[in-house]
Design a protein around this ligand. Structure first.
Ligand SMILES: Cc1cc2nc3c(=O)[nH]c(=O)nc-3n(C[C@H](O)[C@H](O)[C@H](O)COP(=O)(O)OP(=O)(O)OC[C@H]3O[C@@H](n4cnc5c(N)ncnc54)[C@H](O)[C@@H]3O)c2cc1C
Length: 475
């Protein structure tokens, strides 16, 4: 069954024999045209119907990526970069076929420099792999999307996660990249310096470019000292708005909270079932505090008072490391827990982000919209950033449920845009948010994006059909 927003299947010829031969010589057994391998690379975690690439290559070095792009440019064949395929908005579907370039085997950590608090990695290194390597250094890499995503994919989607409220997103944590351009040229962007005023910021251009401007083959990222003291807690509230108002006040008072996550009552039920927790089935906030022991104590007291002022019930402390880990593992598994609320379902996720002062209004309006829907719609969110997700659970065999999900998605996004927010705080545009790009940015700003795309990828070979329409809308 087609997701209603999925483009119809596009007819195309298979890869030219000359290209296939050249790739075979370059990759040997690391080239695959097997149906199962192509199927794995033609879908992500979204509800979109898969679109398979014609071939998959498993690159192991930058020179192979460069030669692949040069060849595909010569034969005018699309290339879709692939990390681990955990994106949520149809990012890696091969709409026009072509070659999926899997970067997961480029997974070497090239350097860790504790004195400069930076690491340089290949794109297939995952966030957990990097943190495992950092374990004895006293440092950590904070960006933590729920999936164990690749650093290349996280750069390409400008990912964030639960820690972003304190440590920033990939936008703030990438210092420099190595990028292969559509014609095969390899360029560095940025330096190892913390800041620079030297020219256009190409690093920030490629961070968030979703594989449409180049293939990232190295990233230099910022590391952070592991906090001396860590404390975590959960707290239930009588309403979503009470919980959100407590968060808004916490942020506005400048409490340097490390994590503050919202989980609505339905999502709490799913976590209790999936992760064997015993949380009250009411709107909850999960908190984490980092700092010196006295600093943490001070933050805790301030936040506990704010929560009480907003009718928060008693804090449940997770002070032992294993209890903290249980709470945050449950939060990271929330997506899969929520899917189990409706066996066999798929989730259509929304990802809006608004200025913190408008968050209560946005969540209250969203709650009102969802109340009348027949679909289960649990809500979780990185609310310290003004970012929340609704997982709209649909039966893949019922087109009317997809329609209802898209109706809700439009209401939620339009409200966020009207409140000065964005259609996607962290998941990216992929296919699903293309329809909102004009409303969010305006046609003139989209023209600038088109000019950049044309300058770097004139034949539109890099992940074509994603992010925005190449045609200007006139009405
Ligand atoms: C359970 C779950 C929870 C999630 N939670 C979060 C969250 O909290 N925050 C968040 O931000 N995201 C979240 N995500 C989404 C996802 O994990 C992120 O978008 C992640 O950054 C994607 O990384 P990936 O390696 O899976 O990339 P892929 O899905 O393989 O690719 C994503 C995009 O990046 C491009 N790309 C991949 N590698 C490269 C490269 N080396 N060079 C250029 N382009 C490349 C691809 O072409 C594609 O457009 C979640 C996903 C799941 C399934």
């Amino acid at each position: 069954m087609n997701h209603p927003a999925a483009p119809a299947s596009i007819m195309r010829a298979a890869l030219p024999a000359g290209l296939l031969d050249a790739l075979q010589r370059l990759y040997g057994e690391r080239l695959s045209v097997a149906e199962a391998v192509r199927a794995h690379h033609g879908r992500d975690e979204s509800a979109f119907v898969p679109h398979l690439p014609d071939a998959v290559v498993f690159a192991e070095q930058t020179s192979e990526v460069s030669e692949t792009l040069r060849l595909c440019n010569q034969y005018q064949i699309p290339v879709i970069p692939f990390g681990v395929g955990s994106s949520l908005e149809g990012h890696i579907l091969a709409l026009h076929g072509g070659v999926s370039i899997d970067l997961s085997r480029m997974n070497r950590i090239l350097s860790i420099d504790p004195e400069d608090l930076i690491a340089t990695v290949e794109p297939g290194v995952t966030r957990k792999q990097l943190n495992e390597a950092l374990r004895d250094t006293g440092l950590f890499f904070p960006i933590d999307p729920g999936a164990d995503a690749s650093l290349g994919g996280m750069c390409a989607t400008r990912a964030s996660g639960t820690n972003a409220v304190r440590y920033g997103s990939m936008r703030e944590n990438v210092l420099g990249l190595k990028v292969v351009l559509a014609d095969g040229r390899v360029i560095p962007t940025g330096t190892r310096a913390r800041k620079s005023s030297a020219g256009y910021d190409l690093t920030r251009l490629f961070v968030g470019s979703e594989g449409t401007l180049g293939v990232i083959t190295e990233a230099t990222v910022r590391l952070h000292p592991q906090p001396e003291a860590v404390s975590a807690a959960s707290c239930s509230f009588p309403s979503m708005v009470d919980a959100v108002k407590a968060v808004i006040q916490t942020i506005q008072l400048g409490v340097p909270i490390a994590r503050v996550e919202f989980v609505d009552a339905l999502a709490v039920r799913s976590l209790n079932r999936h992760s064997h927790l015993n949380l009250k089935e009411a709107p909850q906030l999960f908190f984490e505090f980092h700092g010196t022991p006295s600093g943490v104590e001070e933050q805790v007291q301030t936040v506990a008072q704010i929560a009480a002022d907003h009718h928060g019930e008693s804090f449940e402390w997770a002070s032992r490391p294993e209890d903290r880990s249980r709470l945050w593992t449950a939060r990271h598994n929330a997506y899969f827990a929520m899917l189990q609320l409706k066996p066999g379902c798929r989730a259509i996720t929304t990802d809006v982000c608004v200025p913190i002062s408008r968050l209560a209004e946005c969540i209250a309006g969203t709650e009102h919209d969802l109340a009348s829907s027949p679909l289960p719609c649990p809500i979780v969110g990185h609310v310290g950033d003004g970012n929340f997700h609704v997982a709209i659970l649909v039966d893949p065999a019922k087109p009317e449920e997809y329609e209802e999900a898209e109706r809700l998605n439009h209401l939620i996004v339009r409200r966020a845009l009207a409140l000065g927010g964005t259609c996607t705080g962290e998941h990216g545009v992929g296919l699903h948010k293309i329809g909102f790009m004009r409303e969010e940015h305006g046609e003139d700003a989209l023209d600038v994006m088109r000019a950049i795309k044309h300058a770097l990828d004139p034949a539109n070979l890099l992940n074509p059909g994603k992010m925005f329409s190449l045609q200007r809308e006139t009405s």
